[in-house]
Design a protein around this ligand. Structure first.
Ligand code: CP
Length: 320
């Protein structure tokens, strides 16, 4: 595969995995490796982004993504502002675009945006002068989640190509699933989706994946088992008869996991709903679950994205 110099990353924004080439994905992952090393040092701070301003604008709740973007910016030396939507003029009726234009007038260098509507971040990116990073838009994309998942897998198994990755749960409402499908397909993994028919999107045949409605057939010989929560906040009406029945058929427990590869890794983007999509013991299995590692990789991946989009690149040895 061709190695792309960082200066050849052609995108002004990171709005989705769709549109990134395999070499560009590899570049981001390679760059994130140096950030993992930085984050494991006692002194975690660099000044690569000194003088730059990053605004985090989250219209939806977040623990992992918002915190890790804040840490990422601060560890690289940027000035980071978290705009609290709940105490902003959005509550007085200001629109998304007016809010974006207002922030743009303060001359930020990066806007990190999460919004409940698919396409909202792309729309906003057309109105501002700075780089925009999609931190999750509706059921559309969550690109940094897919990148951190890929980094976690690649560090554990040494590759992405040729792996069988089973993504299980609420695919219909999941931006994580969409970004992961796009990235894993691009990198040569084989993706299986496992869900009840009500939670599979109608356009699934265009996604280049296998679809299973039964956990045992979908998990057979899988290398990676990626669990997703039921996104109740995006559901209007009932998509499953009850959470108890859902766990019986689709919740990951040791019995269902037994058909996957013996060393298959268990992943979950969080937040987890224990006892609904995943059994607590399985989630906490220190030999199989890489859920905490995913969180660690999230900071590194977001640092890499900030560096590459701002063009403030560390040298090959990982220093400034
Ligand atoms: N995985 C993820 O996006 O988590 P948060 O909603 O906590 O950011």
């Amino acid at each position: 595969m061709t190695v792309v110099p960082a200066s050849h990353f052609q995108h002004r924004h990171l709005l989705g995995i769709e549109g990134l080439s395999p070499p560009e994905i590899t570049l981001l992952l390679d760059h994130a490796e140096a950030c993992v090393e930085q984050n494991r040092r006692v002194d975690k701070k660099q000044s690569l982004l000194r003088g730059l301003t990053q605004i985090n604008l989250f219209f939806e709740d977040s623990t992992r993504t918002r915190t890790s973007f804040e840490l990422a910016g601060k560890r690289l030396g940027a000035d980071v502002i978290n705009m609290s939507v709940s105490t902003s003029a959005v509550k007085k009726g200001e629109t998304l675009i007016d809010t974006a234009m207002t922030l743009n007038a303060m001359r930020p260098d990066v806007l990190v945006v999460r919004h409940g509507a698919s396409g909202a971040v792309q729309l906003l990116a057309q109105k501002v002068d700075c780089a925009v990073i999609n931190a999750g838009d509706g059921a559309h994309e969550h690109p940094t989640q897919a990148l951190l998942d890929a980094l976690t897998i690649r560090r554990r198994l040494g590759r992405l190509g040729g792996l069988v990755v089973a993504i299980c749960g609420d695919i219909l409402h999941s931006r994580v699933a969409r970004s992961n499908i796009c990235l894993l397909n691009a990198m040569g993994a084989q993706v299986r989706l496992i869900a009840p028919p009500t939670l599979i999107p109608s356009f699934v045949e265009r996604l280049g994946v296998e679809v299973h409605h039964d956990m045992r057939s979908g998990l057979k010989d899988a290398d990676i088992v990626m669990m997703l929560r039921l996104q109740l906040e995006r559901m209007q009406g009932a998509f499953v008869p009850s959470t108890r029945e859902y766990f019986h058929f689709y919740g990951l427990d040791y019995d269902k996991l037994s058909v996957a590869k013996p060393d298959a890794l268990i992943m979950h983007p969080g937040p987890m709903n224990r006892g609904i999509e995943i059994d607590s013991e399985v989630a906490d299995d220190i030999h199989r679950s890489v859920i905490r590692e995913q969180v660690e990789m999230g900071v590194a991946v977001r640092m890499a994205v900030l560096e590459i989009l701002t063009g403030r690149l560390r040298n090959d040895r990982g220093g400034e």
